[in-house]
Write a protein that binds this ligand. Structure first.
Ligand SMILES: Nc1ncnc2c1ncn2[C@@H]1O[C@H](COP(=O)(O)OP(=O)(O)O)[C@@H](O)[C@H]1O
Ligand SMILES: [Mg+2]
Length: 231
């Protein structure tokens, strides 16, 4: 069975008396260990879809199934488990907490998940070390470069060992060289640790290069799903 099955997923926003479809009858499967890119113009529904996959938003029609369980009908307790342990999220603007150091940002999800208190420091150090950021542990987000900030965010997303990383335009604020570095890191986690990656991007060329499957969205609908067999 596929790890994720999206079935007849639709989401509307109200605008006055009108319904606006942010997503319309979306259907696709994702296998465990796949690297999937979602591409499409601004406003095509990419972030809406990613938030539904992350269980951040559940007000939609249809189904978002993980191992056969629909996120849209889960209890708050199950959803909270999903957000803590099944998925990790990274964003274009990094979303680090400015008043906390890099290591304290990485520790946050460990606090939320009740990770043993005495092991949090070690776990957070290990995660930063793996990102090549050991010497940035005590820096505040404003003292980090864009690439460093995104690597802290990746460390934070991986803290509770999620099965899936959801990345919303993770390289949108980065220069070409740094973007390649971040994509390379995601690809490494996908290949070495079999973490499923679902990445939103504007960059079709990179999407085809790194991912197993590319989903093209336009006006809330899937226009095309491409398998990249060379991956
Ligand atoms: N909170 C909201 N209220 C009303 N419309 C929204 C809201 N969020 C997104 N939309 C609309 O839904 C559509 C998809 O948005 P979004 O998923 O953010 O697109 P993308 O990430 O591809 O740029 C857009 O038309 C956007 O204007
Ligand atoms: Mg978006």
């Amino acid at each position: 069975m596929a790890l994720i099955q999206v079935e007849h997923l639709s989401k509307t926003y109200k605008k006055g008396d009108n319904k606006i479809y942010a997503l319309r009858n979306i259907n696709f499967d994702i296998q465990e260990g796949e690297y999937v890119s979602i591409v499409g113009k601004s406003g095509s529904g990419k972030s809406t879809l990613l938030n539904l996959l992350g269980g951040m938003d559940t007000s939609a029609e249809g189904g978002v199934y993980y191992n056969g369980k629909n996120l849209l009908t889960m209890s708050e307790k199950e959803l909270s488990y999903h957000r803590k342990f099944t998925v990790g999220m990274i964003f274009q603007s990094f979303n680090l907490i400015p008043s906390r150091t890099a290591i304290d940002n990485v520790k946050l999800p460990l606090i939320f998940s009740n990770y043993p208190i005495m092991l949090r420091e070690t776990r957070a150090c290990e995660l930063l070390y793996n990102m090549g950021l050991y010497n940035r542990a005590l820096h505040y987000p404003s003292e980090l470069s864009g690439g460093e900030a995104q690597r802290v965010a990746i460390a934070r997303a991986l803290a509770n060992k999620p099965k899936v990383i959801l990345a919303d335009e993770p390289t949108g604020n980065l220069d070409t060289a740094t973007s390649a570095e971040i994509i390379g890191l995601l690809k490494m986690f996908n290949e070495k640790h079999k973490i499923t990656i679902i990445m939103v991007t504007h960059d079709k060329e990179t999407a085809h290069k790194v991912s197993h499957k590319t989903i093209l969205l336009s006006d809330g609908e899937i226009i095309k799903i491409t398998s990249n067999r060379n991956q």
